[in-house]
Each structure stands twice: as C-alpha cells, then as structure tokens.
Design a protein around this ligand. Structure first.
Ligand code: FEO
Length: 383
C-alpha cells in the first residue's frame, strides 16, 4: 500500500490472534506494520509476526518487484516485529541489518543472525542515495533497544510501538482515525507501555524538534492530519494528566459486591460524575486499566476471599502497581461472610501506592441490601 512515492506499507492485519502477548484480548484485531523506504537503495523498517511470512513477502514483492532490499532497519526486537528477520535475510542474502548495539545480542538470540550488521549510534544517518534515514534512541519505550527512524525528506518518523494501537486498520484506509482508535490506543498504552511513562516523556521531548508531518508506528494507523491529537493523547497518558472521573472495578462471587458496585455507580452518575464500571470477573483487566490511566479516581469492590482480596481484584491492583500508577483518589468496598478483610488490605496497598484514600471504605456481611451498604456515603468524596 502506498503511503507516498517513497514510503510503502507492507504490513498486515491479524484478525485471528485472540490474545496479544497471550494476555490482552484483541476484539478488533491488531496490525503489524512494516514499511519500505524506496530510494536509490531500499530499506525495510521492521518486519512482522511469524505467522505472516507469506503475506509479508508477497506485500514486499508487490511494491518492489525483483529489486532487492539493501537494508533491514530494526527499531524494536519484540517478536511481533522481529520474527521475520531471518526470512528477510534468506530472501535477500546481501541485506545489511541496521540497528543499535543493544539490539545485536537480541537479534542473535531470537533470530540466530550475527553477520552483516551495521551498528548505528544516536543521531547517525544512513543514505539510501536520494533519501536519508536518521536514528534516535528511545530506550525503554518499552524495551531497552528501542529506537525511532527519521526520514527528513519525507518528514516521517517510524516510531515503533510509540503511538501504536490495538485494532486492525481498515482495508485501503491506513491514514488517521483518532476517534475510532483512541480507546484501543489507550488500552494498548496502558497494557504494554504504561509502566514507562517517564521514558515516553523523554522520547516525546527528543522527537519534538523534528517538525514531524507523518508518524508510521508498528501498530494501528499512520498519522498525518491528526498528529497533534495523537501526540497530545500520548503526552496526557504518559504524564498522567488525569480527567476527573472514576474507574470503578469490581469482582463478585455471588453478586453481592456487584450489586454494591452498581449502587455506587448509580450514585456517581446521579451526581454527573463520569463513572466507568468494569466487572473484573467478566472482562480482561486491560479494559479497566485503560480507564485507570485516564481518570483521577479508582474505586474497587472486592469480597473477602481466603481472608484476603478476591483474586481478580488483586490481579488488577497488581497490574496498577506493576505500572507505577499513583496519585489517584481511592476507596474500596465489598462483602464478606464471617470476617471482612478485603477493604482494609486494599486500603493498605493504596497507601503504599501513594493513592489518597478518600473514604475508609465500606464492607457488609452476607447479602447486599441498600440498608447495609450506604452507596451515597462512599460516593460522596468523589462527587
Ligand atoms: Fe509491538 Fe513491543 O512490540
């Protein structure tokens, strides 16, 4: 697919994989984006996932026919982009791999390739004759070897996972679509990149002076007209510029904590507070995680289970912890049968995570009734 005369898309949609990284659901699929930069010489920017060898080679040949690939630029070594490096080397034996020193042992470790590798450093350029590639390191977005490739003649940055998104790209319509992709971009960011907000901020500052007119990420659309929206959204997520609202996540064994959650949500909504409710037993935690990256408050509902927090809720708390989520307003609630511990345990963890415990929490014995559980009281600090 043609992005410009010199830049072609040779990636593909994956509508078969159920779980990205065997963890994150893909209800709308995902794309693995790879690009050719065609000058006097030809560079391929990243590859694709292992299952797509035939489509990938066919896409490349459709664009360049019998011409050869001279360089394979490796921006990132996660196997959704690196799995076909050895295939490219086999098909184009003289192709030089161009990457930074941190990627070299990974290329050997994953792909068994160690020869004809050109190691580049920060800011170094590679000439393709009538077009240039320049390389900037963005370590820990989200692996240590990550870098971006800049093409000044096209004012295009090949950004790797940065500015990427879950969700397959529409056939024949690869450019822009921020509103359509924002939710899945947020879930991708929260799930995959979210731990590395500080390094994302450093990367944004590094590429800011480039006067970018096109972003070609490794997942999701190519960004042209909507660059400011996408960069602004990434800036908000990585700098934790939060919106007022509540991510209300809960787990429930027999429906009592669920009823309490619904009563809290109704109270918040009655008072026009944005409340995004997630049942952690029914949906993957990445959906709640995305809202936890957007809103300034988190309310968790958990029954007491084995004298502790109900495991699906603890898994969500652990996911927040693992990503360094902090500075949220917090409250917890939940049911118990003979001894309630979940609220106290969640509050303790919230304090460790630098959350502000806005309400000490409410627990109730056995079945839910509005008399036992005062939703108005627990919702009040969030209104
Ligand atoms: Fe899309 Fe970090 O790989």
């Amino acid at each position: 697919m043609r992005i410009s005369e010199r830049i072609r898309y040779v990636g593909m949609n994956d509508l078969k994989t159920q779980l990205f990284e065997h963890q994150w659901p893909l209800p709308y699929g995902v794309s693995y984006n790879s690009y050719l930069v065609i000058g006097d010489k030809i560079a391929l920017i990243d590859t694709a996932a292992a299952a797509y060898e035939d489509i990938f080679l066919s896409n490349i040949k459709e664009e360049i026919g019998e011409r050869k690939i001279d360089y394979l630029v490796v921006n990132h070594m996660e196997p959704d982009h690196s799995a076909l490096q050895a295939v490219i080397r086999k098909e184009y034996p003289d192709c030089t791999i161009v990457t930074n020193a941190k990627a070299v042992p990974m290329i050997e470790g994953y792909q068994g390739l160690s020869d004809n590798i050109q190691i580049i450093k920060e800011g170094e350029c590679l000439s393709l004759g009538n077009v240039t590639l320049q390389f900037f390191m963005i370590p820990m977005v989200h692996w240590p070897e990550t870098m971006v490739t800049w093409c000044p003649e096209e004012r295009t940055v090949f950004s790797g996972d940065a500015f990427g998104s879950f969700k397959a790209v529409p056939e024949g319509s690869l450019i822009d679509g921020f509103e359509c992709f924002r939710d899945e971009m947020t879930r991708y960011y929260a799930s995959i990149v979210g731990k590395y907000g500080q390094t994302v901020q450093a990367a944004l500052k590094k590429v800011a002076p480039l006067n970018i007119e096109r972003i070609c990420p490794t997942h999701g659309p190519v960004w042209e007209k909507e660059i400011s929206e996408v960069v602004g959204w990434y800036d908000r997520l990585s700098a934790a510029k939060l919106e007022r609202g509540v991510c209300l996540a809960y787990g429930s064994m027999y429906g009592n904590t669920a009823k309490a959650a619904k009563s809290v949500a109704a109270e918040l909504e009655k008072n026009r507070v944005v409340c995004k409710m997630h049942d952690l037993c029914e949906e993957n935690l990445s959906f709640a995680l995305a809202d936890a990256f957007i809103y300034d408050s988190i309310i968790l509902g958990s029954p007491t289970y084995n004298a502790g927090v109900f495991p699906p809720v603890q898994a969500f708390m652990d996911a927040l912890k693992a990503r360094g989520v902090k500075n949220r307003r917090f409250a917890a609630f939940g049911s118990f049968t003979w001894a309630g511990t979940s609220v106290k345990l969640l509050n303790n963890q919230a304090v460790e995570m630098q959350f502000e415990v806005a309400h000490n929490g409410l627990s109730f014995a056995q079945g839910y009734t509005p008399e036992k559980f005062d939703a108005e009281e627990i919702a009040k600090p969030f209104i």
